[in-house]
Design a protein around this ligand. Structure first.
Ligand code: XMP
Length: 600
């Protein structure tokens, strides 16, 4: 089906919002395209509808991002969400002011009129808010449709011109009827037709790949993870195996036996254009003495390019005839600050500087870079990859390197932090201790690098979640909370000076293998979205400690720690404690935000 004239435009104002909205519209079966915030009326004329997304800025700032005011005269339905809602008011004669109360999280909205995009909603609905400013003076010709206790203009509409504004976010899963609202907008108001599904994605992407590459070939690094494997399969389908060279680099940072398993799975699937080299020594040598997470990430990303360069030279490939393929997916780009207005949370291995340069030179192809993980999996299955392979847990490009914490010296703490943590923990009948090491987190779209706090005591996950939230909300120096599972004196540890060595990686590999074996045997594997097992240089005896980090998520942009039944938690901890060199086991009880899924 022809996509022109049947698309919804999503204007990007930074952060993750526009992409999440575009993803939601696609899930409704309608093609969506992300455009810059200041897209021209000429660019937007052909769209069925326009969504002005949220963004991290305040309208009152002089240099805040705006959209082209002419778009309101196009006669195309417009939906403004959060910042977009405020922008509509700002540009069309309403007013935006700072609210007395900032609303973050779930709240109840009361609707008084339920037409147009509000059709079929209940009088009261749960919605998700994240704002400080609000529309303080209603825009002329608009009427108020929904209010919350703290926001009198939570939903507004101009039914004449089909322009709508929502202070809350319909695109997040916490807004119970969010998809209903978007469906109403897309189908009933914009009158868009169905035209998007994964089949059409595969078809159009194959055409795009052929057009972009002409007669060139692709050299693709395949890690064996879901994304690069799906990308490999898609390129194979588009170009045929003779034009695709898949290279799997053993960087010494993979899981136990992973290399063999991947190779067997690829061969079983009939991929003959798949090759393997061992570069573990080179990777570990370049990581010698490094402990900073961002440095690790950058070195690994650059090393991939160096090894791949050496390999192409060895194979005598003519650079003009080849491009580099990558299985980058959407969340990889956003957290590296890859969209115009997002900040760097983590430099993903496929977004390091050398790679950015190649991308600018047009020497890289990334056919699935607009997709989220759930969409990648659908494509994978449609391309005939086996279910088990496609549903493997996501695994990061830098592998175990970012799950193996290194330490050079203790990070000192401010005086009151630990006292505060203890005071909060005491109310939950727990003990607390803040660790002298740091891990990466994300708060308000920005990166944090802060301390984990240990909680100890007999309790349950509900209580731990409350205590964890209270601690991370109140103590700025803490972005992560872990629960001690083994009988150890909470303060009786020392921080071991440690770097990335084969010995430490082998120790982590063993603990990780125990966990994965257990998950598969107990059939828990697919009920968990991802399960990083992390080695931290915390010594209670002579060894180190392991942190279990099972999470559930849909797109990895946000995540909740998994509350596994305690008998399974205990059983896994017991198995890990049998490994020589492991002194203690912890369980990460932090959601994302404030912590990230990986520790680094
Ligand atoms: P975080 O830790 O940022 O992770 O919450 C979000 C998701 O991204 C994965 N991840 C990576 N994937 N290259 C990748 O391909 C990377 O450099 C990278 N870093 C994190 C992580 O495993 C999680 O699924």
């Amino acid at each position: 089906m022809k996509q022109e004239n049947n698309k919804i435009a999503v204007l990007d104002f930074g952060g993750q919002y526009a992409h999440l909205i575009a993803n939601r519209v696609r899930r409704l079966g309608v093609y969506s395209e992300i455009l810059a915030n200041n897209a021209t009326t000429q660019q937007l004329r052909e769209f069925k509808g326009i969504i002005i997304s949220g963004g991290p800025q305040n309208i009152s700032e002089d240099d805040s991002l705006k959209c082209h005011p002419g778009i309101f005269k196009l006669g195309i339905p417009i939906l403004g969400i959060c910042y977009g809602h405020q922008l509509i008011a700002h540009l069309l004669g309403g007013r935006v002011a700072q609210g007395k109360i900032k609303e973050y999280g779930k709240t109840t909205i009361s609707f008084k009129k339920k037409r147009g995009i509000f059709e079929g909603l209940s009088n009261k609905e749960t919605v998700w808010m994240s704002h400080g400013d609000y529309v303080s003076k209603l825009t002329p010709d608009f009427e108020i449709i929904g209010t919350t206790a703290d926001c009198p203009t939570a939903a507004v509409a101009d039914y004449q011109r089909n322009i709508f504004g929502l202070q809350f976010h319909p695109e997040v899963t916490h807004t119970a009827s969010g998809m209903k609202i978007l469906r109403n907008f897309v189908y009933n108001v914009c009158r868009a037709r169905q035209g998007w599904n994964m089949k059409t994605f595969i078809r159009t992407e194959i055409l795009k790949i052929k057009k972009q590459l002409k007669s060139k070939k692709v050299f693709l690094l395949v890690s064996g993870g879901v994304d690069s494997t799906v990308c490999f399969a898609l390129l194979n389908k588009a170009l045929g195996s003779s034009r695709v060279y898949g290279l799997n680099i053993d960087n010494g940072l993979m899981r136990k036996n992973e290399q063999k398993e991947i190779e067997a799975a690829f061969r079983k699937n009939g991929f003959t254009n798949f090759h393997r080299i061992d570069a573990a020594k080179e990777f570990l040598a370049s990581l010698k003495g490094v402990f900073d997470p961002e440095r690790k990430r950058k070195i690994i990303g650059e090393e991939f390019i160096i090894v791949q360069d050496q390999e192409t030279k060895k194979l005598k490939l003519i650079p003009q005839k080849w491009v580099l393929g990558q299985g980058t997916i959407y969340p990889d780009t956003i957290e590296t600050g890859g969209t115009k207005h997002a900040s760097v949370i983590k430099t993903h291995h496929n977004r390091v500087e050398a790679m950015q340069k190649l991308i600018k030179q047009g020497r890289v192809i990334e056919p699935i870079k607009e997709l989220y993980k759930d969409e990648v999996r659908q494509v994978g299955e449609m391309l005939g990859l086996p279910h088990d392979f496609v549903y493997r847990h996501p695994y990061p490009g830098p592998g175990l390197a970012i799950r193996c914490l290194c330490a050079e010296k203790e990070y000192p703490l401010r005086k009151n932090s630990e006292e505060n943590a203890k005071r909060i923990a005491k109310r939950y009948k727990l003990k607390a201790k803040i660790l002298p090491l740091k891990s990466v987190g994300v708060q308000g779209d920005s990166r944090t690098y802060a301390h984990p706090c240990v909680l100890a005591g007999k309790t349950n996950f509900q209580i731990l979640e409350k205590a964890s939230t209270e601690i991370t909300n109140n103590i700025r120096e803490v972005n992560r909370v872990i629960w001690l599972l083994t009988k150890r004196g909470i303060s009786k540890f020392r921080l071991k000076k440690s770097y990335l060595t084969k010995k430490r990686l082998d120790l982590l590999r063993e603990a990780d293998a125990q966990v994965n074996d257990y998950l598969r045997k107990t059939k828990l594997y697919e009920s968990i979205w991802q399960f990083p097992v992390v080695l931290i240089p915390l010594s209670f005896n002579e060894g180190e400690s392991i942190v279990l980090r099972p999470i559930n998520s849909t797109e990895a942009m946000t995540a909740n720690f998994t509350k596994l039944p305690l008998r399974h938690v205990k059983a896994m901890a017991e198995k890990i404690m049998k490994i020589k060199g492991i002194d203690a086991v912890f369980y990460d009880v932090t959601n994302k935000p404030p912590a990230t899924i990986e520790w680094e």
